[in-house]
Ligand binder design. Sequence first.
Ligand SMILES: Nc1ncnc2c1ncn2[C@@H]1O[C@H](COP(=O)(O)OP(=O)(O)O)[C@@H](O)[C@H]1O
Ligand SMILES: [Mg+2]
Length: 355
Amino acid sequence: MTPLSPGSRIGILGGGQLGRMLAGSAAQLGFDVSILCPEADCPAARVAMDHRVAAYTDLDAVLDWARGCDVVTYEFENVPVTTAAHLIDHEIIVRPGAAALEVSQDRVAEKTFLNQCGIDTARFAEINTAEEIAAPIERFGGAAILKTRRDGYDGKGQVRLAAGDDYAEALRALGNAPSILEAMVPFSCEVSVIIARSAEGESICYDLPRNDHTNGILRRSVVPSQLDAEVEARACEAARKLADALDYVGVLALEFFVLENGDLLANEFAPRVHNSGHWTPEACATGQFEQHIRAIAGWPLGPVTRYHKAEMLNLLGDEIFAHSGVSATDGVLTLYGKRHPKPGRKMGHLVRRLD
Ligand SMILES: Nc1ncnc2c1ncn2[C@@H]1O[C@H](COP(=O)(O)OP(=O)(O)O)[C@@H](O)[C@H]1O
Ligand SMILES: [Mg+2]
């Protein structure tokens, strides 16, 4: 594909805050943006030039919409693989493609793929019945997390387990969905690699943020991570292998647990821009949203030079009300335009300069 010229139309599957921020960056680069999502009043559509309301599974509607776009991307990883494949079969350019969706939608497929790429993960076992839990939990030293294979986010669809717990009850709490049991990792910290890969196969990694989670939800990301450069380099190398193996185009995030001795275990990846990269527009020469748009448009990637230390604080639920009056000197505020601040819901974020 020749690079898209300004004025071309970028289609985004998904209407949440990531789509909204992608649309802003696309507009800045002179592109028109069209959103397809099932909700009539979504955060992304309110900043885009066009919005088609349709179910992701309505293949005719999605294809009809995509024919009006020069390239199609997605802002959330649960777009059905069949939908992406249908578009590709009809010669729509979909970036980052269907493989990244297929692998990242299922935690068992994801960890298997990471391991095949030579990237270590926590030990895991596929779980379909409560009887299958006892043996692996013993093998894992008696502490584990049971997660649904699909559809989990922000710590939802997860239960922590200790040997001897009521396994049937735990699986019931997950709706008896096909699940994965993961060894509990005694990590010293969590970091993520935000990597961008261009249509030409060039890739570039941002400095790694260190990420703090509470109840499975990201609260704060801070750069620099203060890890040894050698550890960061190993994490970037792993992300590069993953992006290459997927022939990925766009921005991808790979989350890691860092052990006391510097060993890295990959946790999961997101085939999209990522919450832990929200500090990049303020702190770097090219933010992750612009970078993703550049990549999918067939443009060269921008430099990821970081200008200063930074922290990104997520604003959950009502917390936005405390922050909507912040002055610009407190940091750069981004609010997502969501109508209902439910507890724990990501409503916005604040990026602060630390030096
Ligand atoms: N195997 C594990 N060992 C220790 N902590 C874990 C493990 N899996 C998840 N966690 C904790 O829960 C958080 C959310 O889990 P994750 O697998 O990333 O799911 P989600 O899709 O909800 O982000 C992680 O960032 C980490 O803090
Ligand atoms: Mg995660």
